[in-house]
Ligand binder design. Sequence first.
Ligand code: 3PG
Length: 211
Amino acid sequence: MIAEDLLDLAPVIPVVVLEDAEAAVPLARALVEGGLPVIEVTLRTPSALAAITRIAAEVPDAVVGAGTVVRPEDAERSAAAGARFLVSPGCTSRLQAAMAATGLPFLPGAATASEAIALLEGGITAMKFFPAEAAGGTACLKALGGPLPQIRFCPTGGISRRNAAEYLALGNVGCVGGSWLTPADAVRDGDWARIRELAAEAAALRRDVVR
Ligand code: 3PG
């Protein structure tokens, strides 16, 4: 799979913060059952890598990846844990090289034309747009689509059920990412039915543009 394909698997990539690796498998099952098979587990907790390993081993229909990849060594550690893709909020040439060296598809973050062009120079045409709302939201993405139509984005940061459809209507948005599918209280309480419902609602979002 290449990064471009990753953007087409589902309209929404749930961004997950897992405090407890025990929750990883039921959480992933709920998301997959709701219709969102692509799951980004952020490397923000000590249990993140163990969570990735468990999901990869026990939820075959999930496509689990690592998010918040900010240090070059995070890339290889994530790949070794079983991640099938990598996401970073921003990028440097060292981080880009480390992610590329894993052979996994990856979505490096960009928020400006210069950052996007730097990634394009490395042959990257699929990227995360972060922090989406704070960096200018849909107006910024529309503007970037003028001079840089070859780039497709996964905007993330401040996206929710309220505004996801506006992003998905843009021609240069492949999918969106967000944490609204997995509220902290639902994860803590093991309320998998609620997460399944949130996922199903998000899975029903479809782009209304034809490429
Ligand atoms: C992230 O990497 O933190 C994502 O951007 C999640 O953002 P959100 O919590 O605003 O959805």
